[in-house]
Structure formats: C-alpha cells, structure tokens
Design a protein around this ligand. Structure first.
Ligand SMILES: [Zn+2]
Length: 271
C-alpha cells in the first residue's frame, strides 16, 4: 500500500516536472522567435524584434524598407535597444503608444546606424507632447528641444509625424533634435563619447563655417536661413537635408555632403 502510494506520488511529480519543462521550452521558443518579448535582455543574445514593432517599421518608416536584410536586422536590434533603454514620458497626453516609441527610436537609429554602439545613452528620457508646448524657461512655444541638464529629448508628436509625412522637404523635427543630441553625446564623457572622427569633424566645421558665412550674406546654396544661426543648428539642418533630399544636397554641395557621409559613416544614396 505504502509502496503503491509512493509510486503514484513519484509519477505525479515526474508528470508535473515534464509539464513544467514543456512550458519552459515553449516559452523559450516564443521568445527566440520574437512572438513574445519579456523585456529581458541577455548580453550577447539577440532576440528577434516583436512582430507588432516590425509591422510599424514596415508600414510607417520608409528608411527601414530600403535597407538590405542584414541592415534591417541591425536596425531592429538598435531600435529594440533604444526603446528598452529610455524612459518615454507622456506630457499632456494620456500615454505613450508603441507606435510613438518605435518611430522615435527608428529616427534615432536612422541617424546612428553607422555607429553600432551609439544609442544616445546620455539621454535617458524622451518627453512627448501632443503639439507645440510652452517653455517656462524660454517663454516661447517649442516643437522640440534637447535638454542636457534634464538628460531629455523633447518632441511635439504632431511635428515629429509631419517631419516624416513630408519626407523630401528637408525639414524633419525628429532628425533635427537627434542631430543635436548626437553632437552633445559625442562631447559628454560617458561610455559612448568621442565617436565622431576628429579629422573629419574638423573638416566639417571648416566647411560649415564657410557655408554659414554664405547663408548670413543671403547666398545660401540650399539650406534654410536658420542653418546660419550657429554650428549646432547648421549641423542639425544639414542632417535633415542629408536624409530628406540627399541627391540635391550632393549636387549643390558635394564636398559638404561627402564629409557628412564620412562623419556619420553612412550614405543615404547607397543604403
Ligand atoms: Zn535646433
């Protein structure tokens, strides 16, 4: 009797263990195939991007569609990492949607594709407003800004979206603000600073100063007047044009275009 009961209990324990192992194996399979994402990242192990995120990229981010299959995988990994490593904070909106996270991350990755280990890691927070917002510091309405003190990138969602809807007019709020963040990230001493090649950057500043001079004297070859404000705004406007109208940029200012492609380690005309 006791022996029988023991045998019964042992087989129940084996069954339970078997079920447990099957469940674990099933969960691992779901994670590895990207069907579910537990939000856990194991160093060195790359997990495929979640399907819903991929669909957003495919349908709403043309830059991604033009990439080779290999670069698509790299792009996805960087987008996942960006989303994972930032706090997305809603301002005057109820919540930050998955689409907002994916498209803002994709914008940052578009700019940093040439740098495998750069994720603008100094900036911990992405603040999202529905529209332009009043800044109590500048006493003005803003569409976006980069705030190093708050470690934040701030965006008006309406203007962010418009930047990609009109994607050949050389105006893109997201890329503009990410470009500011990139230059700051390069200067602030942390785990990913000083990644912009110094010689190429020196050449860039020299070419930028020449073009800023032309803009200020009313002889801009392509960029809007705002690019003449200073080196930072010049770089941000150049980045907008680099991705939105690369062919015109290359035709009008081949040396600047070539230098920016070297600096960012990518060329939108041959992705
Ligand atoms: Zn700016």
């Amino acid at each position: 009797m006791i022996l029988l009961q023991l045998a019964h209990e042992t087989s129940t324990a084996i069954d339970a263990f078997r079920m447990f192992m099957i469940t674990i194996a099933f969960l691992i399979a779901l994670v590895l195939t990207g069907k579910i994402n537990l939000g856990i990242r194991i160093p060195g192990v790359s997990v495929p991007m979640r399907r819903d995120r991929k669909i957003i990229l495919k349908e709403k981010f043309p830059f991604y569609a033009k990439l080779s299959d290999e670069n698509k995988r790299r792009f996805e990994r960087k987008v996942d990492h960006f989303i994972y490593s930032k706090d997305f904070i809603p301002r005057q909106i109820e919540k930050v949607t998955e689409e907002m996270k994916v498209l803002i991350a994709a914008c940052a990755v578009q700019l940093t594709m040439g740098f495998p280990n750069v994720a603008l890691s100094y900036f911990k927070r992405i603040l999202i407003y529905p529209d332009d917002y009043y800044s109590t510091i500048s006493k003005k309405y803003h569409r976006g800004e980069v705030n190093p003190r708050a470690k934040a990138i701030v965006l008006s969602w309406r203007h962010f979206v418009e930047g990609y809807v009109h994607n050949t007019d050389g105006r893109n709020l997201g890329l503009h603000e990410m470009a500011h963040a990139l230059r700051i990230e390069n200067r602030i001493s942390n785990n990913e600073y000083d990644f912009l090649d110094k010689d190429i950057q020196n050449k860039w500043e020299q070419l930028a100063d020449e073009e800023i001079g032309r803009i200020r004297s009313g002889n801009s070859r392509m960029f809007r007047d705002y690019a003449g404000t200073n080196r930072e705004e010049f770089f941000a406007v150049a980045v907008e044009n680099f991705f939105e109208c690369p062919q015109t940029f290359k035709n009008q200012m081949p040396e600047l275009y070539h230098n920016l492609a070297l600096l960012l380690r990518q060329d939108p005309l041959s992705p």
